[in-house]
Write a protein that binds this ligand. Structure first.
Ligand code: 5GP
Ligand code: MN
Length: 320
């Protein structure tokens, strides 16, 4: 039994926190809700769930999402903090303090750049999603998987494979999905929540950003910019940029696509995708990381400066 240590730690901990990265995506929040449910179902313990940043509307259907807190007491000392889908500790933003104070920590993830910052680390770079890693743990440990837990896992796997389309869509992804369907999840219902509940403003905003996209290196690089004022103009939220960079990658000529998003006048968040090039390596130049074909980083300068630096880094690292 590979994960006995993990089970022991959960059994022996009274106050448990489950947390993922800032502005969680489907894998992050689906995994968190599933882990909460599975710990409750198997050990009758109620963990705390902390959401750092904005929770997209699409994921408000997840079972047990109503247990999530958005604020925390930084004097709190947890017996156990479990991070899910957290590639690096700074992705916890200001909640990092809870991790540092915790008596014990577990880090479960699938980013190849994860530097194993927990006391126990289950990091599987070959897995499509943290959800897929969790299912493997549950199966190994013979933990009961309820329908509510399965809904979280399916959401995690569905969204991190881009709807079973990306290169991480392996045989084990379909095996995992089949197991979750057998438990009773409804693929079409979950698909609709994740992909067909966009607001009109969301679609118009994305259209606006695609319209102002720019291209470099014979159209091999496609990028766009998002200023705070753009999001405000469309009454948007943090998740309005979700999926945008994938639209730029979908262009036939694109190899590398990125989105530069203004955090403040001196901070820009880069979201990067590619078809062939290692974008985790490009983002690691700026202290970021992720996966080969999907990565991100934060550059401490304004959007214009960040775009210039990124274009130069790509030219040097990839096409140099
Ligand atoms: P996204 O562009 O969707 O925010 O992130 C793409 C992938 O890169 C995700 O797997 C995400 O966890 C990872 N990622 C995004 N930003 C960062 C970052 O600043 N640091 C690291 N290490 N990974 C990131
Ligand atoms: Mn993930």
């Amino acid at each position: 039994m590979k994960f006995n240590q993990l089970e022991e730690l959960i059994k022996n901990s009274k106050k448990i926190l489950i947390v993922s990265h800032i502005n969680p995506d489907g894998d992050a929040i689906g995994s968190v809700c599933s882990m909460y449910t599975t710990i409750y179902d198997n050990f009758k313990k109620k963990s705390d769930i902390l959401v750092v940043g904005h929770l997209p509307n699409s994921y408000k259907f997840l079972p047990n999402i109503d247990k999530a807190e958005f604020k925390f007491d930084d004097s709190m000392v947890y017996d156990l903090v479990i991070t899910l889908d957290v590639a690096a500790l700074d992705r916890l933003s200001n909640a990092k303090i809870l991790f540092e104070k915790a008596k014990a920590t577990i880090n479960i993830d699938h980013h190849k750049t994860n530097n194993e910052f927990g006391n126990i680390n289950v990091v599987k770079g070959s897995a499509s999603s943290t959800g897929e890693v969790l299912l493997e743990i549950y199966n190994e440990q013979n933990w009961k998987i309820s329908l509510d837990s399965a809904i979280g896992l399916y959401t995690a796997i569905l969204t991190d494979t881009g709807g079973f389309r990306y290169e991480n869509t392996s045989e084990n992804v379909f095996k995992s999905a089949a197991q979750l369907v057998k438990i009773g999840i409804n693929p079409n219902e979950i698909y609709k929540h994740c992909y067909e509940l966009k607001s009109k403003n969301f679609v118009m905003f994305q259209n606006y950003c695609i319209n102002k996209a720019e291209f470099a290196h014979n159209d091999k690089i496609a990028y766009s910019t998002v200023y705070k004022r753009d999001i405000e103009r469309f009454n948007g939220e943090e998740d309005f940029t979700d999926g945008l960079v994938e639209i730029l990658r979908a262009i036939e000529t694109t190899d590398i696509a990125f989105l530069a998003k203004e955090i403040d006048s001196k901070t820009t968040k880069i979201s990067m995708r590619s078809k062939k090039s290692d974008v985790a390596e490009i983002c690691s130049v700026y202290g970021g990381g992720g996966h080969t074909f999907a990565a991100g980083c934060t550059i401490k300068t304004n959007i214009e400066g960040a775009v210039k630096r990124m274009l130069k880094t790509i030219e040097e690292k990839i096409y140099g």
